[in-house]
Every structure is written in C-alpha cells, then in structure tokens.
Design a protein around this ligand. Sequence first.
Ligand code: FAD
Length: 238
Amino acid sequence: MAAIKEFDAVLLETEDVASAMRQFTFSTPEDFSFSAGQFIMATVPKSDGTTVQRAYSITSQPETKGRIDICFKFVPEGIASTHFQRLKAGDTVRMKGPFGLMKLSGNECKEDTVFIGVGAGVAPLRSMIKELLSKGCDKRIVMISGFRTEKDIAYDAEFRALQEKHRNFSYHLTLSAPIDPSAKNHRGRVQAIIPEAVPKDFKGMFYLCGMSAMTEEVTAILDSLGVDKRRIKHERFN
Ligand SMILES: Cc1cc2nc3c(=O)[nH]c(=O)nc-3n(C[C@H](O)[C@H](O)[C@H](O)COP(=O)(O)OP(=O)(O)OC[C@H]3O[C@@H](n4cnc5c(N)ncnc54)[C@H](O)[C@@H]3O)c2cc1C
C-alpha cells in the first residue's frame, strides 16, 4: 500500500475536456505513488481565511511519476470549483493522499471487467482501464460512460481510439439529455444499457463511479441480475 504523503502540488497545465470539465496536471514529489482508482484530498482556501477539503480522483496512470492529472467538473458557485477555475500554471494546491479502496483487484487479467462511470466519475476508471490495457490484459474490458448532453462528454475520442486499438476493449457512451436526439449515441442513463453492454457469461468485477444515486441504482440492477456484491466496487462523489 502506498504511503500517504502531504505536499504542495504545482499546477503545470490545464486542458478543457468538456464544457464544465477541466483536466489539471500537477507536479508531485517523485516518490508520491498511488494505485489506479485512488484519489487525493485538496485543501481549498475560502474567502473568510479558513479552508475546506475536497476529494479528487487521479485520472492519470500510476506509472507516470512526478505528476498527476485530475479531471474537475465545476459546479455552480462551488467553493473548490470557484478556486480551481481561477488557478493558473505555477499556482500550488496543498494535497494529501493517496486515499480510496476502489483499486484493481489483481484478477482483471484473468477475468472480464466492467467499468461504469457518470460525469467526472469516468476519471478514475480511465486510469484503471489504461493501466489494464498497457499491461496487455487480454480479457474483455467494458466501459460504460454516461453524461447529460453532448457538451458534457469527456475523453470520448480517447476511449474510441482505445477501442480501435484493443479488440478486448468495448466502449459505450450514453447521454441522458442529448441536444441532438438524432445523433447515434445511446439515449438514457447508464442503467439502461447494462443488459446490452455486459457480456452474458460475465464473471468478473464491476467498478462504478459517480454520484451515489447512480452507484446505488446500478448496484440494485446488478443484484437483481444475480451479481455477488463482492464483485462490485464503487467510489461515490457525494
Ligand atoms: C472520493 C471522491 C472523489 C471525487 N473525485 C472527483 C473528481 O475526480 N472530479 C470532480 O470534479 N469531483 C470529484 N469529487 C467531488 C468533489 O470532491 C467536490 O465535491 C466537487 O468538486 C464540488 O466541490 P465544490 O467545493 O466546488 O462545491 P460545494 O461548495 O461543496 O458545493 C456547492 C453546491 O454544489 C452542489 N454540488 C456539489 N457537488 C456536486 C456535483 N458533483 N454535481 C452537482 N452539484 C454538486 C452542492 O450540493 C452545493 O449546492 C469527488 C468526491 C469524492 C467523495
């Protein structure tokens, strides 16, 4: 297990990945390590001089030393959202981590795996999927991503490219409120495409990430399909 460290992370660069979603790349100490799926806690200053703590999943891969990426979904008037929106390259954020139990089990190269993420919940799953594919795991890996509209979609081109490159990786995108109803994407919530996307003889792990309403509903659906709870890991963002 990686040791928990506290450090000042320097913002190196940012990239807008969706309409209200920005990827931040921070430098970390070279000896900071984590497992794919884990998160850091950021100390965020408030206008009254106090601070609050907020959790952010790491979306980059553990192999990349000395830097991490986080994918931030800004919420209107959120304390951390307002602070992060104003950050510029060279600014620092106090971070502590890694934390979190949603980690790969180690059996993924022997069994199929399904990942289901909504909104910024795709962030840690992206790290886990890229980790498995870069290791050469050849069992089936399924990713189901859900967003509200076309403007909210993150990492779509990257997942499509991974699907082209790796025959064992399949990617399913669904939009709950598409702007263009004639577009080819699935319509509806991630819950609706589980029966189609999950292999019929599926025996491996499910990793779920997003708001608790989604993780609870998906867990209930999987339960009704006879999936043992020990095969479901999740991270809730609220
Ligand atoms: C383990 C864990 C990992 C997380 N990883 C990420 C991540 O990788 N990326 C990321 O963007 N967030 C992540 N979050 C959520 C993050 O920690 C904050 O809760 C989020 O950024 C909002 O913080 P804020 O200070 O901007 O908003 P607050 O000031 O806390 O809230 C402002 C208002 O926004 C509402 N609100 C808060 N969160 C949301 C939301 N997600 N959607 C809609 N309304 C909301 C609140 O109810 C409140 O009304 C994670 C949370 C957990 C627990």
